[in-house]
Design a protein around this ligand. Structure first.
Ligand SMILES: [Ca+2]
Length: 490
């Protein structure tokens, strides 16, 4: 009887081995054993590989985390000494941190329109903030035109599952809600959390499911929604999750687990809860063995609301904040992570902006570009750590509504003479402070030597200033001529 024991050699095999042709038999039996051990080892290795390998599908997952009114300085890795953001700091260490990353507007609606369409807000008819109740002569029946193609719509055509949690603010009528713009599912608030006193609705897909919601639970509810979505799609289809936090837009609210925990007061609690949410999302991606194949992007929609004092954030050394044309309004913290593609612990100092995200995702996924013109460019090679000369030469236009307010090229920024606000008395504990309207003379700043925009060099470099001014005037006319219509709900 041949041995059935893999590990030991049987008595009969020993007898066979030492019979006539003994040495040949010994060789044969040991060879058989070696082959069996090899097969066993191979099976174990293959089994471990199947269990432990990242679930790699052909296309990467995309998670965009977008905060509301978070300042450039409101993360520990960007310099905050009172707000502790270990998960965001770890995300930055696993990937890339940006020092010159911009949004296309220093207020909510236009900034969000630019992120999702890759266009300057005026190009898609949304240069101004939308108000659901129509104050400031705004029209409550408008939104992002259904003809515009968002990141979600473009990725969906490529087979992506798509979901959004959080603040939409691109039109609250059903015609404009996320489900009509490429998202398979949605949970969130349709506009800012201060825009309907006491009646803030929570929308699930296309329906209002709650009113007067407890805002202290929003960050957690959005996170839970995101986690459920990731779990439901993991390993089945590539997915795109857009997590647009309502916070830290005022009125601030944090859940009981975070209240009173930050050295940065309630504002710090709120940011630290968002940081905790980032940690939960990353943990789930790791759990599902998807982290290696997921591009995570974190940034804010505009700078801090400074007139709210201790309930507004900080732009650190940058001048100004929300509403302003200064860097504090447009330059935001940004982190991207994609292990194996984006080099870890890297810092990107190029002028990059949210409008670049759409074309970059198109390049990554092989999806089709929108049929209409966009303004962003594919910056994938910069994300990989490569040098992109075109980023040194590019011009970035700062708009306030439809009006050009500043022009940036390389280290130089020309600011048009304009009326702007200066906070004269910061608010406290959720009460708004005082802001004076003042006229700012035209100016030229060198952002490399003067990141705080304090030293107006226009008298020294009048021709440089004139060239940038001219470029801004031409672009303002061009975009007006090319602008596509806002969506109207009849
Ligand atoms: Ca905002």
């Amino acid at each position: 009887m041949p041995s059935t024991d893999w590990i030991s050699i049987s008595k009969s095999e020993i007898i066979t081995a030492f019979s006539i042709n003994g040495s040949k038999n010994i060789k044969r039996i040991f060879m058989k054993k070696i082959i069996l051990y090899f097969i066993l080892l191979l099976a174990v290795v293959i089994g471990l590989y199947i269990i432990l390998k990242p679930k790699k599908q052909s296309l990467p997952n995309v998670v965009i985390i977008f905060t509301d009114d978070q300042g450039y300085d409101d993360l520990s890795i960007y310099g905050s000494e009172t707000i502790n953001t270990p998960h965001l700091d770890a995300l930055a260490k696993s990937g890339m941190r940006f020092t010159d990353f911009h949004v296309a507007s220093s207020v909510c609606t236009p900034s969000r329109a630019a992120l999702l369409t890759g266009c300057y807000p005026d190009r898609v008819g949304l240069p101004n903030v939308l108000f659901p109740n129509g104050p400031y002569r705004s029209n409550p029946n408008v939104g992002l035109n259904p003809d515009e193609e968002t990141i979600a719509e473009l990725l969906k055509k490529k087979g992506y599952a798509t979901a959004m949690a959080g603040k939409w603010h691109l039109g609250h009528k059903q015609k404009f809600l996320p489900l009509q713009h490429g998202f398979d599912s949605y949970l969130g608030v349709p506009y800012s959390n201060d825009m309907s006193k006491g009646e803030l609705p929570l929308v699930k897909d296309n329906k209002v499911v709650e009113v007067d919601i407890d805002q202290s639970l929003l960050t957690k509810r959005y996170t839970d929604f995101g986690i459920d979505f990731i779990k439901s799609k993991a390993g089945k289809v590539p997915f795109f999750l857009y997590l647009a936090h309502t916070m830290p837009h005022i009125p601030l609210a944090a859940s009981i687990n975070y209240i009173g925990t930050s050295k940065g007061g309630l504002y710090g609690d709120v940011i630290e809860e968002i940081d905790g949410s980032v940690g939960v999302i990353i943990h789930e991606l790791k759990n599902q063995r998807l982290l290696e194949n997921t591009l995570v992007i974190f940034t804010s929609d505009n700078g801090p609301w400074l007139s709210y004092g201790n309930h507004g954030g900080s732009a650190g050394v940058l001048r100004g904040g929300k509403f302003d044309v200064w860097e504090g309004g447009f330059r935001v913290p940004a982190i991207m992570s994609w292990p194996g593609v984006i080099p870890s612990e890297s810092v990107n100092n190029n002028l990059i902006h949210t409008m670049d995200i759409l074309p970059t995702l198109i390049a990554i996924t092989g999806a089709l570009l929108p049929k209409n013109k966009i303004d962003g460019v594919n910056v994938l090679s910069s994300l990989r750590g490569g040098k992109m000369n075109e980023l040194q030469k590019r011009i970035f236009y700062y708009f306030g509504g439809s009006k050009i307010k500043a022009v940036r090229k390389g280290e130089w920024k020309y600011v048009f003479g304009h009326n702007g606000g200066i906070v004269t008395e910061p608010g406290i504990d959720g009460i708004n402070g005082k802001t004076n309207r003042v006229y700012h003379e035209e100016a030229l700043y060198n952002l490399i030597s003067d990141i705080s925009e304090q030293d107006n060099l226009i008298a020294q470099f009048p021709e440089r200033a004139a060239r940038l001014k001219k470029a801004g005037e031409i672009f303002e006319l061009k975009i007006k001529a090319e602008a596509r219509p806002i969506g109207i709900d009849q």
